[in-house]
Write a protein that binds this ligand. Structure first.
Ligand code: HEM
Length: 326
């Protein structure tokens, strides 16, 4: 009260006095200097008494950077990188067509290439991957592309289910990647034959068939990408699935960006893999579907592996009745 009377008297005597005084309604204003506080620490935190210490975070400017990446850069990266691969594959297909083992070359005799466990592991991982990829792309593009077409109700129902699918199918996918790693690592160790295969461009541009073991250098690259990429996706995904357990909000922004970028690269590499395993090359799909391939296909694509297998007894499994054998 006394202060207010002094203040009123001083203002009467000297009208400029009031303007020189700090605003009496906001006495703490001068102490909250945002840029100065942020110079000393990456975020502004308060002091709280509730158990959830996260609630003490008042301001975290890196969030703005992350939002710029998430809403600005990410959709462009997500469209451009797989889009460029689709274009490349389309051009390749138009120029080269389907790589065929000539019908007159087919021997009609089969050799076992993948056992039931290998095929189960591969298709479990592949099925999970396709659903994870589609539901992942929905995080980036759904709001922009799907919602205007199907409407907000349908989009929110779809997104809810796709989120459940993403969260739950991550587990069999991780198991699949680990199993695939365990089963095939022995056949994917790089060697000198791979270097020669790469130098020959896999024979893709010369219509030749460079030497190759069970997996050629291109397949080995796919294998290592799947294993390393799968582990990065698993680790970064876990930090998002269990928020604040391993890292705080800043760390989660970084792992989210990593998850999204590696995810988009993973999809891009797998587009090439799926292309070559289906329309790109005749005979490849048959191996992963039935477990057996024609001897002529094996000779053309994996000659060193075929020699090795022929050295082992009983691997050339059967002769097709409809086709003459040799
Ligand atoms: C619908 C999707 C897929 C299709 C149609 C497909 C098709 C195939 C085929 C036909 C093969 C046998 C190639 C050969 O014997 O020479 C194969 C092998 C393989 N697949 Fe897939 N695949 C798919 C998805 C995936 C995914 C998602 C992964 C990994 C996460 C994967 C990893 C592998 C690996 C490591 C091999 C052995 C090495 C290689 O051939 O590259 N595949 N796949």
């Amino acid at each position: 009260m006394m202060i207010m009377i002094v203040f009123a008297v001083m203002t009467l005597l000297d009208p400029a006095f009031a303007q020189r005084q700090p605003d009496p309604i906001n006495p703490t204003r001068e102490s909250v200097n945002e840029p100065a506080l942020l110079e000393h620490s990456p975020s502004i935190k308060g002091r709280i008494t509730i158990l959830d210490s996260k609630a003490a975070l008042v301001e975290q400017p890196q969030g703005r950077e992350w939002r710029r990446f998430h809403e600005g850069w990410m959709p462009w990266i997500g469209a451009a990188v797989p889009g460029a691969m689709i274009l490349l594959l389309a051009v390749f297909f138009l120029i080269k067509g389907r790589i065929r083992t000539q019908p007159n070359e087919l021997s009609g005799r089969k050799i076992a290439r993948y056992n039931a466990f290998e095929r189960f592991t591969h298709w479990m991982t592949a099925t999970c991957f396709v659903i994870l990829a589609l539901s992942g792309l929905n995080y980036i593009f759904g709001k922009r592309l799907l919602m205007p077409i199907i409407g907000p109700e349908a989009f929110s129902a779809l997104s809810q289910w796709s989120k459940y699918a993403h969260n739950f199918l991550a587990w069999p996918f991780i198991v699949g990647v680990l199993l695939m790693g365990a089963v095939w690592i022995g056949d994917n160790v790089p060697n000198r034959v791979d270097w020669a295969w790469l130098k020959a461009g896999g024979g893709l541009f010369t219509n030749s068939h460079p030497n190759a073991g069970r997996f050629n250098a291109g397949q080995k690259l796919v294998f290592w990408f799947a294993i390393i990429g799968g582990l990065v996706m698993a680790a970064s995904g876990m930090t998002l699935l269990f928020p604040f357990t391993v890292t705080g909000v800043n760390g989660m922004q970084i792992t989210q960006a990593l998850h999204a970028i590696v995810g988009v690269l993973f999809i891009t590499v797998m587009l090439a893999h799926i292309y070559i395993g289906t329309v790109g090359e005749e005979g490849a799909f048959e191996g992963m579907a039935s477990g057996e391939v024609d001897l002529a296909w094996a000779e053309a694509n994996h000659n060193l592996w075929l020699r090795e297998q022929q050295g082992k007894e009983g691997t050339v499994s059967r002769t097709l009745k409809s086709e003459p054998a040799e």
